[in-house]
Design a protein around this ligand. Structure first.
Ligand SMILES: [Zn+2]
Length: 451
């Protein structure tokens, strides 16, 4: 299963971005004293003695992270001294700006993704983007734009919703008049409408597949460029609502398994539409909370899968959006009771400290770059999304009725694990570019365009 720009299993390890993962949930039948052994196994202590492929893989992960986490759990090492190695990660990301090894040919159809992952990672690390890099990024993105609208993965390729999302986000990060002028807005709206299906969903490209990625990758750019027309919105929320499963998470299409990447895309799209009331938010909140791993502290993508660093963003940002949506519902209820409208502080749905420990202690590659888990190599996808997840975990957000958006909660102290210098700038949990970039691109395109 692929989410957004994530690479396939055929991709070399160095550029891989696995989306799936497994958990230490009870394996095998319960014995007479099952209640106790089930509980201890579920929370990652004793094993029930009934191994399966999943439980063995889970044990391997727990064994691999124990030497990294244990010294900080038992107090023999000082957590306050743990640093995000900005210099090493910067070096890793900046290598991407010069040239890529030949095996990156597998990402030839993901050029706007490489640009976005690189620029957003630099932004999060607080590294100014060099002017020549900006010029090259704009030229690359412009070359990927189709004359009839939308962006392709590479020059001359078929326009596709995923690179369109990545390209518009990258241009939002650059944020200059020259960058904004790249986008052919009327043609892009025409492309998005051509991808629209009668049931409200979107195909990813002409002749391509339908899933909830399409909704997010169409509506995000449309919101930024002020082309979110009634025709684009129509039926989309209803389609997404059909994808929520009995577990509470959201699948790619109706009837499939709930999954973290799809859940993020679906929920972010609903939030853009202001239609989160179409789904069962408490059930989704419960599903998201259960995806945080008891031993590792990071998130898994679905039930019974392994931890993976990139879900720090997919699940962490989804949890943040649900927290804010539930706070909005609570504020509306209170307004009905008292006649007074006041925003309500959201309630945390996951534990931000263990997640940050997993990121800092298990996801930093000593040679630079961030990774899925310790036995994996770093790659640009994981570097972008693990850092994005760290930003979301450090900051508090709230729904602002006056701004009609999820905004950083200025009254809340950031939750910074490790050295104070680990603090990252605030990424927007819906769009995943820094918060000021969202305001800048929206104000640039403040005049609506409709066909
Ligand atoms: Zn991953």
């Amino acid at each position: 299963m692929r989410i957004l720009g994530e690479t396939t299993d055929a991709t070399p390890d160095a550029v891989k971005g696995p989306i799936a993962s497994t958990v230490g949930q009870p394996a095998g039948p319960l014995s007479d004293d099952g209640a106790e052994s089930w509980a201890s196994d579920f929370f990652g202590a004793a094993d029930d003695g009934f191994p399966t492929d999943s439980s063995e893989l889970q044990q391997e992960v727990e064994d691999s992270i124990a030497p990294l986490l244990d010294p900080y759990q038992n107090g023999s090492a000082d957590l306050a001294s743990v640093k995000l190695d900005r210099a090493a990660h910067n070096k890793f990301v900046q290598k991407n700006l010069l040239s890529l090894p030949s095996y990156f040919i597998s990402l030839d159809a993901s050029k706007p993704w490489l640009v976005y992952w690189t620029l957003h990672a630099l932004d999060l690390l607080g590294t100014p983007i060099p002017p020549d890099t900006v010029a090259r990024a704009i030229a690359t993105l412009a070359a990927c734009q189709d004359p009839d609208g939308g962006f392709a993965g590479g020059p001359g390729q078929l326009p596709h919703l995923a690179p369109t999302y990545a390209a518009v986000n990258a241009l939002a990060i650059i944020g200059t008049a020259e960058a904004f002028a790249v986008v052919k807005r009327p043609e892009l709206l025409s492309f998005l409408l051509r991808m629209k299906q009668p049931d409200g969903s979107f195909i990813m490209h002409e002749g391509g597949e339908v899933d909830v990625r399409g909704c997010y990758c169409a509506l995000g750019p449309a919101k930024f460029l002020n082309i979110l027309t009634p025709a684009l919105r129509s039926g989309c929320g209803a389609f997404i609502a059909r994808c929520q499963t009995h577990e509470g998470g959201i699948a790619g299409v109706p009837g499939l398994e709930a999954h973290g990447g799809y859940t993020f895309c679906a929920l972010a799209a609903l939030e853009i539409l202001q239609e989160t009331s179409r789904i069962d938010l408490p059930l989704l909140a419960a599903w998201l909370s259960r995806r945080q791993m008891a031993v590792e502290g990071g998130f898994q993508g679905r039930a019974n899968k392994l931890v993976d660093g990139c879900y720090a963003f997919w699940q962490g940002a989804a949890a943040t959006i649900v927290e804010c949506a539930l706070a909005r519902v609570r504020a509306e209820d209170l307004e009905e009771e008292s006649g007074k409208r006041e925003d309500v502080d959201p309630t945390d749905m996951y534990d931000r400290v263990p997640l940050q420990k997993y990121i800092l202690l298990c996801c930093q590659d000593p040679g630079g770059g961030l990774r899925d888990k310790p036995e994996k190599g770093p790659d640009y996808y994981h570097t972008c999304y693990v850092l994005s997840g760290l930003s979301v975990a450090q900051h508090s957000y709230t729904w602002s009725s006056s701004e009609e958006d999820i905004i950083p909660r200025s009254s809340a102290k950031p939750c910074i694990v490790g050295a104070p210098g680990n603090k990252l700038p605030v990424t927007h949990p819906i769009y995943n570019v820094l918060v000021p970039h969202v305001a800048r691109i929206c104000s640039h395109f403040h005049l609506p365009y409709t066909l």
